[in-house]
Design a protein around this ligand. Structure first.
Ligand code: SF4
Ligand code: F3S
Length: 104
């Protein structure tokens, strides 16, 4: 599966939503997650994210993010269409320690 990681927080560009063939993204207040059981591992979304926040779980060190994606995909609503990102998305792209501003 692919997972959404920290740099999505407060960027939420949603380009990923437009390309996913199975619409397996779920929306929180300032981040999206992927449902690990619905993702078909196609990899299309990874290069589309302007924040480079999407990674394959075959990469090392992503267990906590996989758990977070699985957890919130069961709570947050499924998202089907891209909307404009937050006005300060480009400013927040690459900001440090974004988990501190993660919003459930
Ligand atoms: Fe969707 Fe493919 Fe990305 Fe999985 S890897 S979230 S199926 S676009
Ligand atoms: Fe987040 Fe990137 Fe999608 S910033 S909303 S994972 S395009």
């Amino acid at each position: 599966t692919y997972v959404v990681t920290e740099n999505c927080i407060a960027c939420k560009y949603m380009d990923c939503v437009e390309v996913c063939p199975v619409e397996c993204f779920y929306e929180g207040e300032n981040m999206l997650v992927i449902h690990p059981d619905q993702c078909i591992d196609c990899g299309i979304c990874e290069p589309e994210c302007p924040a480079a926040a999407i990674h394959s779980d075959t990469e090392a060190g992503l267990h906590a993010w996989l758990d977070l994606n699985r957890h919130y995909a069961q709570i947050w609503p499924r998202i089907h269409e891209k909307r404009p990102p937050p006005a300060d998305a480009d400013i927040m792209n690459g900001a440090a320690a974004k988990m501190a501003i993660f919003s459930e």
